[in-house]
Design a protein around this ligand. Structure first.
Ligand SMILES: [Zn+2]
Length: 238
């Protein structure tokens, strides 16, 4: 089959369009798989779980602190009550008993206050963690919303780019002789259908032609259609 340099250039253009179409299809497939959105959903799920855990820790600490406060209030009431009794009693024996109870109540009060202080410190740290978890959850949630919204737009954009490339390709194919078009299409189903010969390398399979094959290719008439002995792509020499 004969092929002019102009036609050879058109084949290279079609091959370039084929490559762009392939990339665009891959982009569409990637978008349609929803991989990014799925990844963000997983991140949001773990962030929500971590937030819930931190929130439970804070709530438990708050409840423990509240219970401690109730205990402390009751001990203080008891102390006030005993002090009143002590002031009123005239019995030395009673005074001794009340004094004994007051000492043990003072110890109990001191223990409860120490525990409350320790719990307040724990609560402070837990609240810092909770704030961090909330921030992470918010960031994930916003990213997911943004990505989900962008996905539809990106799919539409990739589809219209693809449609345009397919249209351009059809126009180019229609402009070349039918026989050459058929040959090109046949080769295109197997890989890159046309490529330039760069020095001794095939532009499609990137393998260098052997010295003999190269000499044969170069010795062929200028308008002869030559192919790569390795991948059988149409080689454009000029
Ligand atoms: Zn090749």
């Amino acid at each position: 089959m004969k092929i002019s340099t102009e036609l050879a250039d058109v084949l290279l253009l079609i091959a370039d369009l084929d490559q762009q179409i392939g990339q665009q299809r891959a982009t569409l497939e990637h978008l349609a798989s929803g991989e990014e959105v799925q990844g963000l959903r997983h991140r949001l799920a773990s962030a929500s779980e971590a937030y819930l855990q931190a929130s439970t820790v804070v709530e438990n600490l708050q409840q423990t602190i509240a219970r401690g406060q109730v205990d402390l209030d009751s001990v203080e009431k008891r102390i006030a009550h005993d002090e009143k009794l002590l002031a009123q009693t005239s019995s030395a024996k009673d005074a001794e008993g009340i004094g004994h109870e007051l000492r043990s109540l003072a110890n109990r009060k001191s223990d409860l206050e120490d525990a409350a202080l320790e719990l307040m410190e724990q609560l402070e740290s837990a609240e810092i963690i909770l704030r961090d978890r909330l921030l992470e959850k918010t960031v994930c949630s916003e990213a997911l919303t943004k990505e989900s919204e962008a996905l539809g737009e990106n799919v539409k954009l990739a589809q219209s780019k693809l449609a345009l490339l397919v249209q351009q390709r059809a126009g180019k194919i229609a402009g070349i002789p039918a026989e050459l078009g058929e040959l090109y299409e046949k080769k295109a189903t197997r890989g890159i259908a046309a490529a330039r010969l760069v020095h001794r390398d095939c532009g499609a399979c990137r393998i260098a032609l052997t010295a003999t094959a190269f000499d044969e290719v170069m010795a062929a008439p200028a308008d002869a259609l030559v192919t790569c002995p390795n991948c059988s792509t149409i080689l454009v020499r000029w």
